[in-house]
Design a binder for this molecule. Structure first.
Ligand code: NDP
Length: 241
């Protein structure tokens, strides 16, 4: 019998998700990585001996189809997938409305839809749901921060809903993590990168591996008394401002 835990990592083909997938696999777990582009997730799955599953997590029907292919029992769900939308370039309220809707679709829906679809399969007791938030969800950054704040708020209700069945739900809240596609889109000049490092108490930017370490701890069998929580991993940036 296969006693390895079954771990799902959305957005596991790059950045934080790839580091998370590698870390679980190194612990001996079987990891399925999900994403829209086939190549990055196939490469990670091959590297770690896991499985790749192509899905656009903003699309409810696609999520249902993909989840039907997953194992009957899931031990750990890591809701990491998310995409920041560019600010509107057109003037007018229609562009503002479109930007806010798209941000919500691409940050909130991947987490909520995948969780809802997988809830019946989560191990009871012992299941772990870890969602990736953002310091932007604590103190701004426009529609992106507001969408991440929605994920933070949603997690509390989720934790209350699944807690009686022995499942935990927590949010790992990263600060600026430099070695990701997301960060590359956001911060392309060296001076801004240095400014972000200087704003932390440890005087460096974050790495995907910093977040992966926190995620694997929160998802460990030993963390069963920890739920509805926010685990801030930002080098003291929020305090150090
Ligand atoms: P990446 O862009 O490297 O990773 C995001 C991953 O999510 C990609 O692999 C992408 O793959 C996948 N993804 C995005 N949208 C969807 C979707 N609709 N369906 C399926 N997969 C999707 O950036 P990060 O590693 O930085 O981002 C991971 C998470 O961390 C995000 O939620 C982000 O908001 C959060 N975060 C990042 C911070 C940073 O500084 N880097 C700081 C705080 C939070 P594909 O495009 O192939 O679908």
């Amino acid at each position: 019998m296969d006693t390895r835990r079954c771990v799902l990592v959305s957005g596991g083909g790059s950045g934080i998700g790839r580091a998370v997938a590698r870390r679980f696999a190194a612990r001996g777990d079987h990891v399925t990585v999900l994403g829209r582009r086939p190549e990055p997730i196939a490469a990670v799955a091959e590297e770690i001996g896991g499985t790749a599953l192509v899905v656009d997590l903003t699309d409810p029907q696609a999520v249902e189809r993909a989840c039907a292919l997953l194992p009957a029992r899931v031990d750990v769900l890591v809701n990491n997938a998310g995409q920041r939308m560019p600010l509107p370039t057109e003037p007018g309220l229609a562009a503002v409305a479109d930007h806010w809707r798209r941000m919500y679709d691409h940050i909130v829906l991947p987490t909520v839809l995948l969780t809802e679809a997988l809830l019946p399969r989560l191990a009871r007791p012992g299941g772990r749901i870890v969602s990736i938030g953002s310091t932007a969800g604590l103190r701004g950054n426009n529609a992106y921060g507001a969408a991440k704040a929605a994920v933070h708020a949603w997690n509390h209700t989720l934790a209350a809903r699944v807690g009686p069945e022995g499942i935990t739900a927590n949010v790992v809240v990263p600060g600026y993590i430099a070695d990701t596609e997301f960060a590359f889109d956001m911060v392309q000049d060296a001076a801004e990168h240095e400014r972000r490092a200087a704003a932390t108490l440890v005087k460096r930017v974050g790495r995907a591996e910093d977040i992966a370490a926190a995620v694997t701890f929160v998802a460990s069998p030993e963390s069963g008394f920890m739920t509805g929580e926010f685990v801030n991993v930002n080098g003291g940036h929020v305090l150090g401002r």
